[in-house]
Design a protein around this ligand. Structure first.
Ligand code: ARG
Length: 475
């Protein structure tokens, strides 16, 4: 159904109708559109634009429509331009002429932003929930491996011994930053543009604050031109999703490497792996690879929107209709990917023997030699140099640096006394790293406890937001 036409001599050409149509994707906004319209009708009633009777009739029909949308009984048809026109068609079918009375004092320009914000609040909370679930699964796995030592890498080369817990838990920290960004997004973007009309404000609804309060919003925008043109909230959400996608891709990459025959650190559960159509023996880490691969589209979706917005004149332009598909795609892909990745992590079996086996490879204790000298009063640059000479000697002999004999150490420098042997073990190296962010058992145990507390905090934030939001949505 067309929401315009009075000044036109003909309807749109078929190709034009096809081009401008958005209902096949913006139908996802239908439940929010109905809810916004219910609040708007109440505003029109308060303003005396709609009689009590008409407002009650329209509200009843909108609620009916809401149920029919939920059950699938009412949906869009080919001739609908967008979700807003489809819903008006449904209303007119129920009420006749008065079905068109409800859109006084607002425009699709402020309506679509309102609907989209509500959709995003709702779905951002879902993504946040799934992200926390993954962080929690990783945290639980990390807790399980608190006793396991592992080689830590820089440049994919052995660097220093660490606890495997520490290695795993780093991902939870990154994921919780994403959740924190979602929380921050909500605190900034939960404001309603209703009352902005097409661009100049509304002459018929004087109190959009009341309508905003009836929806899930915490305030009202203060410039109508900005409000109908602003898509910062979309770009911010797409950035958060892209960043999250990048974090997931790094988890994916790590598991892919750990799952190689060369590493053999992890065995993925059959239910979370895939096979090859030609090589019967194959068991591939496709979930981890898809986590890596999907990050491309999340970044692409952010780029798509930013390019659409760049240089756009004010206020509303139809270009802005292109804002939705990138979000729908990122949201839907993330809500598919996150549970799959969580399942993969939860069911993975780690091969502790293999993980700890090479912990001292690559002269991983060389830093301990330098630190030992510094503790004895040697300036670090000199200590670094002496330790480097020890590595060179070990390399020449084909052994690891910690395997040099007391005589060989003393030959390099007399300060490399026999007490040095005591610090040249993986556990001594690990347990000496007692800084608040370090890898000692004490530090990691405290860090895991803090992670759990954070996870609980974010979970209760999500629960309370969801409750507030679903209350507003009439659920
Ligand atoms: N489907 C449109 C969109 O998503 C709704 C707003 C249309 N406004 C207009 N002035 N044509 O942006």
């Amino acid at each position: 159904m067309a929401l315009w036409g009075g000044r036109f001599s003909t309807g749109p050409n078929d190709a034009v109708a096809k081009l401008s149509r958005s209902v096949h994707f913006d139908w996802r906004l239908a439940p929010y559109d109905v809810r916004v319209n219910i609040a708007h009708v109440a505003g029109l009633r308060r303003a005396g634009v709609l009689s009590e009777l008409d407002a009650a009739e329209i509200t009843r029909a909108l609620k009916e429509l809401s149920q029919e949308i939920a059950s699938g009984e009412f949906s869009y048809i080919d001739s609908d331009e967008d979700v807003h026109s489809a819903i008006e068609r449904g209303l007119v079918a129920k009420l006749g002429e008065i079905g068109g009375a409800f859109r006084a004092g607002r425009s699709r320009n402020d309506l679509v932003v309102t609907d989209f914000k509500l959709y995003l609040i709702d779905h951002l909370l879902e993504v946040a929930h799934e992200t926390i679930e993954l962080a929690n699964t990783i945290d639980a796995t990390a807790t399980q491996y608190i006793d396991l030592v592992a080689p830590g890498f820089t440049h994919l080369q052995h660097a220093q011994p660490i606890l495997f817990s520490h290695e795993l838990a780093k991902h939870s920290h990154a994921l919780l930053r994403d959740v924190d960004r979602m929380k921050d997004w909500l605190s900034r973007n939960s404001i309603s543009p209703l009352g902005s009309g097409a661009l100049a404000g509304s002459a018929l609804v004087p109190n959009p604050e009341i309508i905003a309060a009836e929806l899930a919003f915490q305030g009202v925008t203060r410039n109508s031109i900005d409000a109908v043109s602003d898509r910062d909230f979309v770009a911010e959400a797409l950035f958060i999703f892209a960043m999250l996608g990048v974090h997931l891709s790094r988890i994916g990459e790590e598991f892919t490497i750990w799952n190689t025959q060369e590493f053999g650190w992890v065995t993925l559960d059959d239910a979370f792996s895939t096979g090859s159509s030609i090589m019967p023996q194959k068991k591939n880490p496709d979930i981890a690879e898809l986590a890596r691969g999907k990050s491309g589209r999340f970044i692409g979706n952010l780029t798509t929107l930013l390019v659409t917005l760049k240089g756009l004149p004010f206020a509303y332009n139809r270009d802005l209709q292109e804002d939705k598909e990138p979000i729908f795609d990122s949201v839907e892909e993330l809500l598919t990917l996150l549970p799959a990745l969580r399942g993969m992590v939860a069911t993975a079996r780690f091969n502790g023997e293999k993980i700890s086996e090479s912990v001292l490879g690559g002269h991983a204790l060389a830093t301990e030699i330098a630190d030992f000298l510094v503790r004895g009063g040697t300036p670090f640059a000199q200590a670094h140099e002496i330790s480097g000479r020890a590595v060179a000697l070990a390399e020449g002999k084909g052994v690891e640096v910690h395997q040099l004999t007391a005589a060989e150490f003393a030959g390099i420098d007399p300060r490399l006394s026999t007490e040095l042997q005591e610090v040249l073990t993986a556990s001594a190296a690990i347990e000496s790293r007692i800084s608040i962010n370090g890898t000692s058992t004490k530090s990691v145990t405290a860090q895991l406890g803090q992670l759990e507390a954070k996870i609980r905090g974010y979970s209760s934030w999500i629960a309370s937001e969801r409750k507030r939001f679903s209350g507003m949505m009439g659920a």
